[in-house]
Design a protein around this ligand. Structure first.
Ligand SMILES: [Cu+2]
Ligand SMILES: [Zn+2]
Length: 169
């Protein structure tokens, strides 16, 4: 029985865990000074996010929003990805019960205008399970996410990109 289960489950799990994706961030208006790329990968520990960004120095709220459109100055992306209808927070420390599934916190941009953000977010996936994010949008906000309600007071949406799959297996 043990051998039969291993033979049946192993290859399926490996295929499901190997998806990769990316987000090309572009300014949502002529005055938006935000650009960059995020590489995404499903791993056994969760969704691995590696963001390289150029933006005005300081902290910028960073979220996954519900819809994969950046039109209308980013507003077409809708609200924070929040399938559980819970309050706003910081997913990496508050978890899915006390934060939106899209609440990735802040990106800190250095004085040279560059930032890197890396995280592995348990529970999120590109295509698998309850919290799948491929086809949605990532937004880099004008201001810091202060984790206030209902959405962190992060202001405008100067940077946006759609989460696309680069490899499904
Ligand atoms: Cu946002
Ligand atoms: Zn939120």
């Amino acid at each position: 029985m043990f051998l039969a289960e291993g033979a049946a489950i192993g290859p399926v799990q490996l295929a499901a865990l190997a998806a990769t994706g990316q987000v090309m961030f572009q300014g949502t208006s002529e005055t938006s000074a935000v650009s960059g790329i995020a590489k995404l990968q499903d791993t056994e520990a969760g969704l691995q996010i590696t963001l390289d960004l150029e933006a005005p120095p300081g902290e910028h709220g960073f979220h996954i929003h519900e819809f994969g459109s950046c039109a209308d100055a980013g507003n077409a992306a809708g609200g924070h990805y929040n399938p559980d209808r819970v309050k706003h927070g910081y997913l990496l420390s508050d978890g899915f019960s006390n934060a939106h599934a899209g609440d990735l916190g802040n990106v800190r941009v250095n004085s040279d205008g560059k930032a890197t953000y890396t995280a592995t977010v348990s529970g999120l996936s590109l295509t698998q399970g309850k919290y799948s994010v491929a086809g949605r949008a990532m937004i880099v906000h004008e201001k810091p996410d202060d984790f206030g309600q209902p959405t962190g007071n992060a202001g405008g949406r100067p940077g946006c990109g759609t989460i696309i799959l680069t490899s499904a297996n």
